[in-house]
Design a protein. Sequence first.
Length: 429
Amino acid sequence: MMTCFLYPDIGRVDEPVLLHMDGFTPHEKITIKAKWIDTTEQRWQSTIFVKSDANGKIQLTDETSETNLQSLLWNLKPANPSYHSSVLQKTSLTPIDMTITVVNEANEVVLERTLTRLFIEDHIEREVVRTPECHGTFFYPKEETSVPAIIMLGGSEGGIYEESAALLSAQGYAVLSLAYFGETNLPATLHEVPVETVDHAVEWLQEKTFVNQNEIACMGTSKGGELALLAAAHNPNIHAVIGEVPASHVFQSIDRKKWKSSSWTIEGNPVPYVPYSYSVSITLQSMINIIRKRPQSLEPMYRHSLEKYRSESNEAVIRVEKINGPILLLSGGEDALWPSGSMCESIMERLDAHTFPYEKKHLYFEKAGHVLPLPYLPSILPADVPFELGGTERANAEAGEKAWQEILAFLSRHFHPVKPKVETVMLQK
């Protein structure tokens, strides 16, 4: 008799999925398939192979290193290889309804179940924020008080990513996913963006009576990590910073159509910055990639720019020692966009040199690239991205899972999240 335990049937996307089955023959080869139809009607699919044990059982948990249901989820890929979209649609919180199929060695379907993976739970409120000085989406637990708050900043692609904010809010936080360019009333490009954009977000959060004003953090990815560190160094009301593949210095703006200037301004004045610098070899390689229509790795250019700048000045360094709270840094050793690993190390060295009084931690994922995906989501990147990002799908997925766990642990150590409501359902057998 075949028995099955699949958990959770309905749960957040950042929750691991467990599968226990009994009734196979000993050491039987079993095929497990996943299928998902996304919001654009594109089919995603993946397959893993496992063997039952001597008792005819399979037990796939989140602790199984090589083969588990988590690898089935992060390995999902579009059935159409020419489909280039990312699994994350920025502002789509549509649940992922995924079909799990188990096939025995005789090619018989012995189990078919649907998993529903949620980005937002019922106890989380979603509020669109559109003020002259604050543009974003706000997620917070309903009917709670003294809730720690987090300002979330995306990278140079712009826009508002709601998925991470909604998931983080379910852990007991009020999370404002903030746009800082490319939206109404904001700079059109990442050129001379006011750092005060983050200050306005802090003030907006402080006006919320249910927010704990002494527990406001800033979390940023890539250029958003650069901004998070810079803003916190100038605003003592930010009490913790999480920088995911951030920069140690302020860099030149990303807009070749405008004059050369800083990415950021403070009180209307451009913040000192590292100008882009290209060696002959970097320029030659860039031309070869353009001719061969291959994505560019910007890491050599950023590294060369930093080395050249440091030999002349260090005015553009972010003065992280002024941050009024603990700092968590996450980086990838195979980051092909910019040298996040070495930049995070230089941040740690600066903090040590200034006897930084708060916790500081750098998690270095040796084989990961520039993108640390949310756990248990497809780790494949769109094929039409113009720049190399680095890392393998497995390394990025494993680093993303570990990074998420470390982020939650870091926040829990220093803040007081409200107790999250439980939404998972486990009834399929």
